[in-house]
Ligand binder design. Structure first.
Ligand code: GLA
Length: 509
């Protein structure tokens, strides 16, 4: 978004990767202290974000989210004040669904109220997850008007497009109509009879066939008039659950039609709902970075730039080498979508959590840096080893990530597990990561010609990114060894298994 926030990828710390739900205000305060004393803050880490599980199991009497009184007894505002007193910024978490991924209250349908609450708490960053989000397909069992039941599967109804009759043990008549919505399926009741014109209760009996079902968005239209959007919830999250929702409708005397449909796809509903929170945050007047955590489900890189400042491109990272490789491969080609104020997010860092070797953590960090990933540390900052601290606070590598041009790096070559990643930097410099995925040491190299050829489209789009070709035009600085050497037409290194060599090629004249 073009609102002055996140002009470079956000940096900070998030509670999830290390602590999951085992968080409390003491840990968060200590982490704020450690962020300063460890040198993380000086290296650029700024946002301290509490992930899932900060909230009480219920909203308060006014419908406000509240902190879990057992783990956050002083409340969120006091915690935010503490974090701010350390010169840091404060972030929090909710979900674009009825519940968070851990089953706690979330913000779907409460966007304005929750955004106001976050702003009052002085929140600077919101991570907004995707569990229990709304879908555009609904499942109708029957409707009831003036005491008369009309089964969805009745022969007089018209099923259009992908709407179809399906079996369900708990439904009346053991049948319901499935496949309503997504802009391509509708169910029309043709013969809803009432004796006289007036307002009636329309009781919609609907089904959630699967457990973990998401709320269903559906439109209802009377006599083909303008549709009203309904949200069909499954509060107990049960399989084959049958529930009712009652809506007042205007009917005419005699025959009426009632149509269920959804002109939108789930993707469109998803964008609308993320946008609703985005607008609600903006309406508070407080600058709040909006982190879209939609797991790359509906290509968020295509709509994310208008909605938030960053978007997750994949499912969750785990503290394993396989996860780093899997996520890395899914970033290829996404570089064109990223830039100042709108970043691809390959998920938070696992550096220091114990599941990888130091070499692998150096690679994970270096690759996330060249991807312009948000750098959200996820380890326990209170007791980092010197080696881990040195990785997370390597300013020269961070500078690749935080370069003001904001051009995301790309994979320019991948051959037999040996890869070259590169990105244009301001002033015409280049960042290069030579990456060895194999189990044996290998020499990896790239010529300036190949580098410039591969980066040309990315560099051409940004003023100040032009490079140079020819011999002797760059000096290479090794950003892990911290030393410089002249190069003659190509940069190369012998790279250990699972390791990287990272260079800044500095333009000469
Ligand atoms: C999802 C997100 C994670 C984390 C958890 C919390 O899985 O993708 O990053 O926020 O929910 O429950």
């Amino acid at each position: 978004m073009d609102d002055g926030l996140a002009r470079t990828p956000p940096m900070g710390w998030n509670s999830w990767n290390k602590f999951g739900c085992r968080i409390d205000e003491k840990i968060i305060r200590e982490m704020a202290d450690a962020m300063v004393s460890s040198g993380m803050k000086d290296a650029g880490y700024e946002y301290l974000v509490i992930d899932d599980c900060w909230m009480a199991p219920e909203r308060d009497a006014d419908g406000n989210l509240q902190a879990n009184p057992a783990t956050f007894p002083s409340g969120i505002r006091a915690l935010a004040d503490y974090v701010h007193s350390k010169g840091l910024k404060f972030g929090i978490y909710s979900s674009n669904g009825t519940l968070t991924c851990q089953g706690l209250p979330a913000s779907l349908g409460h966007e304005e109220q929750d955004a106001r609450q976050f702003a009052e708490w002085q929140v600077d960053y919101l991570k907004y997850d995707f569990c229990y989000s709304e879908v555009a397909t609904s499942q109708i069992d029957k409707i009831t008007v003036a005491g008369v039941d009309y089964e969805a599967e009745a022969p007089e109804n018209v099923l259009e497009g992908e709407a179809n009759i399906a079996y369900c043990s708990n439904c009346s008549g053991n049948r319901f109509v499935n496949g309503i919505g997504e802009g391509k399926g509708s169910l029309l009741f043709t013969n809803v009879n009432v004796p006289k014109a007036g307002t009636y209760d329309l009781v919609v009996t609907y089904v959630h066939r699967e457990r973990w079902n998401n709320p269903q968005a559906v439109y209802v239209s009377i006599n083909e008039g303008e549709g009203t959007r309904l949200r069909l919830l499954n509060p107990e999250n049960q399989r084959d659950a049958v529930h009712t929702l009652t809506v007042p409708v205007e009917l005419q005397a005699g025959k009426n039609t009632v149509r269920f449909y959804n002109p939108y796809t789930t993707r469109e509903i998803t964008v609308q709902n993320y946008k609703r929170m985005s607008d609600a945050l903006r309406a508070t007047g407080r600058p709040i970075v909006f982190s879209i955590c939609e797991w790359g489900t509906h290509s968020p890189w295509e709509w994310g730039p208008e909605v938030g400042h960053l978007w997750r491109t994949t499912g969750d990272i785990t503290d394993s080498w396989a996860s780093v490789l899997d996520i890395l491969d899914r970033q290829v080609g996404l570089e064109v979508y990223s830039g100042p104020g709108h970043w691809n997010d390959p998920d938070m860092l696992e550096v220091g959590n114990g599941g990888m070797t130091l070499t692998e953590y150096i690679s994970h960090f270096s690759l996330w840096c060249i991807l312009n990933a948000p750098l959200m540390a996820g380890n326990d900052l209170r007791n980092m080893s010197d080696e881990i601290r040195a990785i997370l606070t390597n300013r020269e590598v961070i500078a690749i990530n935080q370069d003001p041009l904001g051009v995301q790096g790309k994979r320019i070559r991948a051959e037999n597990g040996l890869e070259v990643w590169a990105k244009p930097l301001s002033g015409g410099d280049r960042a290069v990561v030579l990456f060895n995925r194999t189990e044996t040491p290998a020499e990896i190299w790239v010529t300036i010609e190949e580098l410039e050829e591969s980066l040309r489209p990315l560099a051409a789009a940004v003023p100040g990114a032009a490079g140079k070709t020819g011999r002797g035009v760059y000096v290479a600085r090794d950003l892990w060894e911290h030393r410089e050497s002249p190069i003659d037409g190509r940069v190369s290194a012998v790279v250990p298994p699972h390791g990287v060599a990272v260079f800044r090629l500095m333009k000469r004249g």
